[in-house]
Design a protein around this ligand. Structure first.
Ligand code: FAD
Length: 292
């Protein structure tokens, strides 16, 4: 079994971090330092690297994934998006991952890029993430497949019941686990997993936790992905707008409180959106006794 699946199913608390490929070489070097810093301080089950998000390039992502995989064999998950792509392009990328020993994939549809019509986006034959999951299973050579879940629903499908059906279908297509979009109210996550289980979902669903780095940025992110930022979170952080160190401390407090609530309810794996920085992740680790 893939080390990734073992970690997610472990009865111990385990943590993965998500990073995104920076656009410059300097940014990539800084990211490698930041991930190394996190790994020195906390036991990281795996690092997942986004693809195509924020305009990252195929080559930039590939180089970063390969470098991280060299440093952390078997502990890197490469995200793969199918929007605007076709079988040939996906096969080439998958082969490049396989050649560098990368067999753990997070399968996503991806957001439709600006300027591309919906029809253009799906003309390569992949309409939804479930199609990509099925294709990966058929292609073979993949040790684990993760998919995305949305505790507050995905913005393109306002009918919550349908969105849940689509989510559960990704497990039916062969996904091994899911990681969620960030959320701040644990009740949203609990409701989501209960409703998915009622539809037959049997794969683990790792909650995605976003330590807030900037109030305006989190409000913008949340707006784009259909998540809510509660007044409680905004008013806790607002007094620290002009105080970067105080802000990070408060942000780590909030994320640690959220994770504690999830641990109390029995959750064991956490997917932390690091935003490529170690400081708040390590602050959370301090608060939860995760420090090595
Ligand atoms: P899908 O599961 O295909 O769902 C997309 C929409 O289509 C949903 O509204 C769903 O309800 C609907 N749908 C699904 N199946 C059907 C069907 N059969 N009939 C009708 N409607 C259907 N984006 C990136 O670009 N790169 C990344 O690396 C990346 N990583 C992510 C990691 C995580 C953990 C998360 C939570 C999101 C990530 N995203 C990433 C964002 C993601 O690509 C977007 O949210 C995208 O809009 C949806 O992707 P999906 O894989 O969830 O799509």
């Amino acid at each position: 079994m893939s080390a990734i699946i073992e970690e997610i199913r472990s009865p111990e608390v385990t943590v993965s971090i998500e990073v995104f490929p920076p656009k410059s070489e300097n940014g990539a070097a800084r990211l490698l330092e930041e991930t190394a810093r996190i790994q020195e301080g906390v036991r990281v089950a795996f690092t997942s690297v986004t693809y195509g998000a924020g305009g990252s390039t195929r080559d930039g992502t590939l180089n970063l994934v390969i470098e991280l995989a060299k440093r952390n064999p078997g502990r890197v998950v490469a995200h793969l998006t199918c929007v605007g792509s076709n079988e040939e392009a996906l096969s080439r990328l998958l082969s490049a991952y396989h050649e560098s020993g990368m067999t753990d994939i997070m399968a996503l549809r991806g957001d439709i890029p600006e300027g591309m019509t919906r029809e253009e986006a799906v003309s390569g034959g992949f309409r939804y993430a479930a199609d990509l999951v099925r294709w990966l299973r058929e292609a073979g050579g993949v040790s684990s497949i993760g998919v995305a879940g949305y505790p507050e629903g995905h913005p393109e499908t306002p009918d919550r019941a349908k969105d849940l059906d689509h989510f559960v279908a990704k497990a039916g297509a062969g996904a091994d686990y899911a990681a969620t979009q960030f959320f701040f109210e644990n009740s949203d996550y609990f409701r989501f997993v209960v409703e998915a289980a009622a539809r037959g979902l049997q794969i683990p669903v790792a909650p995605g936790v976003l330590p807030v780095r900037d109030i305006d940025q989190v409000v913008r992110f949340a707006g784009m992905c259909g998540a809510a930022v509660p007044e409680r979170v905004l008013s806790a952080l607002e007094p620290y707008r002009g105080d970067p160190e105080g802000f990070k401390e408060k942000s780590a407090d909030l994320a640690a409180e959220q994770i504690s609530g999830l641990i109390e309810a029995g959750v064991r794996h956490f997917h932390i959106y690091s935003l490529n920085k170690s400081d708040i992740v390590l602050g959370i680790a301090d608060r939860l006794g995760w420090r090595r």
